[in-house]
Design a binder for this molecule. Structure first.
Ligand code: GRF
Length: 270
């Protein structure tokens, strides 16, 4: 075998100059997209991103900031464990104006290219939504739009789905717009509602899907730059869907390609 030594050939006064590139530097690859995660809870969605992009250095994306809406949450512990900078900003304590300024300052300071809301229960100030138009996403533990909207979060979402007697719930990653859960859908992944499901059982099944879906969407966005139309063609790929029988057929029918997001085509590279 042979090994490749990164070199750069340049001409100076007509004479070829061969320069060895320091293999440890990544000047050949664009910088990984710098991701900020906003969280209010245990941070298991954050963890799925840390496992994918930070545990082993990824050339595609990297979590560079975690913003918590209050102190003492699991998401902060998970960030600290991975050495990711954190900020705890409470709009109640700071007031809307100071909160908005502080949030924008933190995002700018870390040169964030993509903002991910993962279990974030605070409304994002309009100025921040506008600054990150097409580069801010949220993961919602149900299929949108049927069961989205203000006030439907946590167990309430799953209770509403069970009460509506639909057979399929799911996880949705969508762009963030000024109202709750109403930005363009980027990707959805249906999850069966099983007979006798309690809200807790359904929540756990959907959460396991979220942990698969979110890193895939972040990876696609980071690679694509704009908002891809995301289609996961093979439900069984997630091993979360019954391998045969009617549920799978009805689920296949539910696959969405998501709307073309408002992706302004802005690169996520800051
Ligand atoms: C998840 O169900 C997420 O979909 C919802 O809030 C929950 C957050 O869980 N937005 P975690 O904090 O990521 O564990």
């Amino acid at each position: 075998g042979y090994f490749r030594v990164p070199v750069r050939l340049t001409l100076r006064e007509g004479r070829p100059i061969l320069r060895l590139l320091d293999p440890s530097r990544r000047d050949r690859l664009p910088e990984p997209v710098r991701v900020a995660v906003l969280a209010s809870g245990g941070g298991t969605n954050l963890q799925s991103l840390l496992d994918r992009f930070n545990a082993v250095e990824s050339p595609v994306a990297r979590v560079e900031l975690v913003v918590a809406s209050r102190p003492g949450i699991g998401a902060l512990e998970r960030a600290e464990r991975m050495g990711v900078p954190t900020a705890t900003l409470s709009v109640r304590e700071m007031g809307a104006e100071a909160y908005t300024e502080a949030l924008l300052a933190e995002l700018d300071r870390r040169r964030v290219g993509l903002v991910v809301l993962a279990g974030f229960l605070q409304l994002v100030p309009l100025a921040v939504v506008e600054r990150y138009e097409g580069r801010m996403i949220n993961i919602h533990p149900a299929l949108l739009p049927p069961s989205g909207g203000a006030g439907l979060y946590g167990m309430r979402v799953h209770r509403a789905v069970i009460e509506s007697a639909t057979r399929v719930s799911g996880a949705t990653v969508h762009h963030v717009s000024e109202e709750y859960d109403s930005g363009a859908v980027i990707a959805q992944w249906p999850v069966p509602v099983l007979p006798g499901d309690t809200p807790e059982a359904l929540a756990a099944r959907v959460l396991a899907t979220e942990h698969r879906l979110l890193p895939l969407v972040v990876e696609e966005l980071a690679r694509g730059g704009a908002s891809p139309v995301q289609r996961f063609t093979d439900p069984v790929a997630f091993d979360l869907v019954p391998r045969s029988g009617p549920a799978e057929e009805s689920i296949r029918g539910l696959m969405t390609t998501g709307d073309r997001g408002q992706g302004t085509g802005d690169s996520l590279h800051g």
